[in-house]
Structure formats: C-alpha cells, structure tokens
Write a protein that binds this ligand. Structure first.
Ligand code: MTE
Ligand code: MO
Length: 357
C-alpha cells in the first residue's frame, strides 16, 4: 500500500514539537516544562499541556516488547509484559500531580534546582492496574517494608528509582498507569507504563517503569536520600517529601490582567494530598479580610477542586488578590512556607496583581 503523506498521522517528532509548543519550557535537555496558565484554568489538564519533569533524557521503550521485572523479597519473581498487565483489573481515577519543586522561584533565598514558577502542576484522568495486584501475584514475604519502583532513565546510582512504604504501595489507588486522559501514555509522561501515586508530590510517580523490587530494608538511593527531602539546613535530620501540602492558586484573572470595574469573578483551584479541601477564602488588597469562596465541585481526595469568588465592588486601580485553602484535617496554607535547601513544598499563599479599569 502506498503511503499518503497528506493524511498520514504526524510523526512522533512532529507530535513532540507540538507538545513542546504548548508548554512553558524550563529546560530543553533533559526536557522540563510547565503547564501554561491558560491550561491550568481547565478542570482537566490536556496531555499536550501537562507539565513535564524529567531528571534525565526520556527513554524510548517499545510497548510491544517492554517487560517489567518483579522481584526482591517475594515468593514468586517474574517478568510482566504490557499486554498481560493490561488484562489486570483496570481502575480509572482523577488525580492532581504537583512537582515538589513547584513554586521554588518564590522562595527566599532562592534554593538550587529547576526554576519552577507555579505551573509544575496538572490534573489528569489516569487508568491502570493497582500495584497491589502485581505485588499480590508475586506474594510479598512477611518482612517486606518498602516497595522499590525503578524507571529506565539515568545511569548507575542516578538511575531514577523511588521506594514507597508498604501501606502506600498496597493502596488500591496506587496504579501502574497505562493511560492518561483516555489515551496511552506519551513518552514524556512515562510510556508505556508509569507509577501513579495519588496525593503525593510528583517524584513518587515513577515514569518508564522497568523494575519493581520488594525490600526488607529502607531504600537508600540518590532520589530517595539526596533529593526529595526537606533539608532545613539546620543540622536536623532531613524528612522525606511525601504528600502534597494544602495549596490553592488563582487562575482568573490572570497575572497583570486588566478587568472592568464592578463585579469581578475570581477563579482557581485547590488541593491537599489525599485529603479533601473543605474551604477556600479570598482576600482583596492585603490585610486579614478573608471571605469564603464557593467550591464548584464536590471535593474529592487526591484531585484539585475548582472554586469561584465574586468580588462585588472592584474599583479602578491596581489591586492584589490572594486565595487560601483549608483541608479536612484543618490544615491551612501559610503566608510563607518553611524554607528548605532544595526548595520543596512551597504552598505559601500567592499574591495575584490585577488592574481594574
Ligand atoms: N523515571 C522517572 N520518573 C519520574 C521522574 C524522572 O525524572 N524519571 N520525575 C518525577 C518527578 S520529579 C515528577 S514531578 C513527575 C512528573 O511527571 P510528568 O512529567 O508526567 O508531569 O514524574 C516523576 N517521575
Ligand atoms: Mo517533581
């Protein structure tokens, strides 16, 4: 059969070009890019606009032949192909991913690391098989404490690998994800299979999964012990970065936008790890005059909730807007997040400047 160039599917290179065109590039190689502000205003982030965070060049794994090695402290070690994995119990869920370094550029003094503003964030619908199902087949030994999941990127000790405590590894929402937003994963997001750990900062959701190992001792690897830790640089032992802290963002009006005086609808989203957000408040023009916003959806665990606030009497001039979320455990966003050497977990209240008139 002849190939009709005019109607052929765009090549992978062309698709990747398009993908990059819709992102705010932070670094070209390895590719790191933010979700653009207009995409953050959508309830679900389109895959082509979803932020990409990679510590190494993206591996290209052939879906047809890729196999995951499952071993360690298990009764039955085996390898698993993608066709076989996809015959497991498929689960679909909506989850927000935020990079632990999101918002790093507003920490003072500026920590080392990728200069993320607020766009290392997105919400997608994920489909996959619970990691617990695969671990069940392997039958974990009774002395297992953690489960290690390794990607196919990075060399030697810098191979991207992360462990999860057993309880999180066995949680039914922790998935070996095959699909994102109703389509097979793209290479940038971990094709053909990634881990999805709802409620935790993005580093836990290992892309390009190649190996799963049951451990009887805590994992000491580079991306577990040297990175993704809250190092307060005060001589105290560093704490691991885990769940996403309670946070909200304003998506409309956009930064520096000019709006008409009178009634202005302020919109945004809020999330808090595996917890539900119960309240979002908005303050206009500094001070402590916080007023409740309306949640536009029933809050769900592990996914952001959209909210709106009507600013009734906006007068001409420059104004500031702030949003502040509180979760079901009573945790509220701080004015300033605790500074740490690697600049993680910045969930401080943001200031949005708007011009009225
Ligand atoms: N194999 C592998 N998995 C990885 C990473 C990586 O560098 N290599 N980066 C992690 C980090 S820090 C984040 S925030 C998320 C980002 O996922 P995304 O690129 O699909 O948005 O992937 C995580 N999984
Ligand atoms: Mo990240």
């Amino acid at each position: 059969m002849e190939t009709d160039v005019g109607t052929a599917e765009p090549s992978r290179e062309v698709r990747e070009e398009e993908e990059r065109a819709r992102l705010v590039v932070v670094k070209a190689e390895p590719f790191n890019a933010e979700t653009p502000p207009e995409a953050l205003a959508e309830a679900q982030t389109p895959t082509a606009s979803f932020y990409v965070r990679s510590n190494h060049p993206q591996p290209e794994l052939p879906a047809a032949t890729h196999r995951i090695t499952v071993g360690g402290a298990v009764e039955t070690a085996f390898t698993l192909g993608l066709a076989e994995l996809s015959r497991g119990t498929l689960r679909t869920l909506t989850a927000t991913l935020e990079c632990a370094g999101n918002g790093r550029t507003s920490m003072t003094p500026l920590p080392e690391g990728e200069p993320w503003m607020q766009g290392a964030l997105g919400t997608a619908v994920w489909k996959g098989v619970p990691l617990a199902e695969v671990l069940g087949r392997a039958r974990l030994r009774s002395d297992v404490v953690e489960v290690l999941v390794e990607g196919a990127d990075g060399q030697g000790s810098k191979r991207f690998a992360r462990s999860l405590p057993l309880s999180k590894a066995l949680h039914p929402d922790t998935l070996l994800a095959l699909e994102m937003n109703g389509a097979p994963l793209t290479r940038a997001h971990g094709a053909p299979v990634r881990l999805l750990v709802p409620g935790w900062y993005g580093m836990a959701s290992v892309k390009w999964v190649s190996r799963i190992e049951a451990l009887t001792r805590p994992f000491e690897g580079y991306y577990q012990r040297e990175r993704y830790i809250y190092d307060m640089a005060n001589g105290q032992a560093a704490e691991p970065v885990t769940r996403m802290r309670v946070k909200s963002l304003i998506t409309s009006p956009e930064e520096g936008e000019r709006v008409a005086p009178g009634r202005v609808v302020v919109q945004g989203m809020a999330w808090s790890g595996e917890r539900r957000v119960v309240q979002v408040e908005v303050a206009v023009d500094g001070g402590e005059s916080w007023k409740p916003a309306t949640l536009l959806e029933t809050p769900r665990p592990s996914a952001w909730v959209r909210w709106a606030f009507t600013w009734e009497d906006a007068t001409a001039g420059r104004h500031t807007l702030r949003a502040r979320a509180t979760d079901e455990a009573g945790e509220t966003q701080p004015e300033t997040a605790p500074w740490n050497r690697l600049g993680y977990g910045n969930n401080a209240v943001q200031v949005r400047v708007v011009n009225v008139g």
